[in-house]
Design a protein around this ligand. Structure first.
Ligand code: PLP
Length: 454
């Protein structure tokens, strides 16, 4: 292993050098991938020096998500301590189902869950788990809601026409999850949003009443704090009022921006979160922690147990259920996604995490000021958002994003709201400073300048 770690060191250093020299790697057209890179698997192995050379090539051509030129996804950059934690999780290779095999890492995960629950004012009865991502956290929220509404579903399957509600701007996992959970995609109602992309609670109530009149069974509302495209925050307290009135499970999808729970300055954006039944946030989005790291928190931990426990005499042989988180997780073998986030949190503390969150909003404010001060830009997203959705001059954003990527200038994507396409600049890279945001606009404007001249 020590010999392989020397190879790793060489590769890691190579990667960091490449990132410095070419922050946007040259894209390989998918049709040429196998001609350009030696990816084919063969019967015979190869010597280490050849292996090293191929690995270096693969690293060079891999899209770079940690550089100051990457704005395409809801993650970017890296926090060193979190990366080290993740690499150690690979070396240790524990599995998170039992205390016998997880040891201290069970306690590490519990620290993350319990401190997160405390930050959103969940009661002592709360619990949680680290899921494979926001999609899975949302799925587990839906399954708990299903079983809470009708506890025969676990054994008999879904027999009623059960209806779930989510906004038109919510993440696509909601409809996928409805199909997986036996609810059915057709039984998801999409609630209208206002001009800022926030759920319109009046429409929510109208649709619930309508379904009740038809004899259907409303059981679940999914709210979103940080919608995927616009970064909008649904009105949490208003949705909670409706959920209490109609006795519906309230799951809040904070995969993107739920991380504001760490910030005194911005946690007002999720005010009322303590009134939800379940909530999730991803450390792999705003917090520079490697994918994936999604915390699912449940106000009454019993629901997590009721929906996800299963006996297995070959596995659960020691310690109580409390120390065997396999009883409250989806998987059997479960990767240790706790250590990386704990390693970061331990290192910089809650206050350090708060600074990371605040910085994203400050950089977003700065980006918006650039857009607002120049009449060549049109802004589509609102002031609360860490996403800056804009168009520049009358250039089609789809073409612009493609050109910026093909020229290895910037990696940024586009989105749509009410059928209008725009560039979506996301401020989630914990390594960025104002000058990198300025550089983004300078590069974009320079590209468009050359384009018009050319
Ligand atoms: C990213 C995102 C998800 C999905 O999270 P994954 O970890 O990618 O599965 C869910 N909801 C919202 C609002 C998101 O932005």
């Amino acid at each position: 292993m020590k010999k392989d770690l020397l190879l790793f060191n060489e590769l890691a250093n190579h990667l960091l050098d490449v990132e410095n020299q070419s922050p946007v790697s040259t894209p390989i057209p998918a049709t040429q991938l196998y001609e350009r890179l030696d990816l084919k698997l063969k019967d015979d192995g190869i010597p280490d020096d050849e292996w090293l050379a191929i690995m270096k090539e693969v690293l060079s051509f891999t899209p770079k998500t940690a550089t100051h030129h990457f704005f395409n996804q809801l993650f970017g950059g890296r926090q060193g301590k979190a990366v080290v934690g993740d690499m150690l999780a690979s070396l240790l290779n524990n599995s998170m189902y039992t205390y016998k095999i997880g040891g201290p890492h069970i306690g590490i995960e519990k620290q993350i869950i319990h401190n997160s629950c405390a930050l959103i004012d969940y009661p002592k009865t709360s619990n949680g788990t680290i899921a494979t991502g926001g999609s899975m956290s949302n799925y587990m929220g839906l399954v708990m809601a299903r079983d809470y509404y009708d506890n025969t579903c676990r054994n008999q399957g879904v027999t009623k026409k059960m209806i779930a509600y989510t906004s038109k701007e919510s993440h696509y996992s909601v409809s996928k999850n409805a199909s997986f959970a036996g609810i059915g995609r057709a039984n998801v109602r999409y609630i209208k949003t206002n001009e800022r992309g926030e759920m319109m609670v009046s429409d929510l109530e109208t649709q619930i009443k309508n379904d009740l009149k038809l004899g259907y069974h409303p059981f679940f509302v999914n709210g979103t704090v940080g919608t995927t495209v616009l970064g909008a925050f649904d009105p949490v307290n208003e949705i909670a009022d409706i959920c209490e009135k109609y006795k519906l499970w309230f799951h809040l999808d904070g995969a993107y921006c739920g991380t504001v729970l760490f910030s005194e300055k911005y946690k007002h954006l999720i005010k009322g979160v303590n009134r939800t039944d379940s909530f999730c946030y991803n450390a792999h989005k705003m917090l520079g922690t490697p994918l994936s790291c999604s915390m699912l928190l449940v106000k009454n931990g019993q629901h997590l147990y009721d929906s996800f426990n299963n006996d297995a005499s070959y596995l659960y042989q020691a310690d109580g259920d409390d120390l065997n988180p396999g009883k409250t997780s989806f998987q059997c073998g479960r990767r240790n996604d706790a250590l990386k986030f704990w390693a970061l949190w331990k290192s910089i503390g809650k206050n350090g995490i708060e600074k990371l969150v605040n910085k994203h909003f400050e950089l977003a404010d700065y980006a918006r000021s650039i857009v607002r001060d120049n009449p060549d830009y049109t802004l589509y997203s609102s002031d609360d958002s860490v996403a800056i959705c804009f168009n520049y001059k009358d250039i089609d954003p789809r073409t612009l994003c493609a050109e910026l990527y093909e020229n290895s200038t910037l990696v940024v994507g586009f989105g749509y709201f009410k059928d209008i396409p725009f560039v979506r600049l996301v401020c989630v890279n914990t390594n960025n400073e104002k000058k990198h945001i300025k550089q983004f606009f300078d590069l974009l404007e320079a590209h468009v300048g050359e384009r018009i001249e050319g």
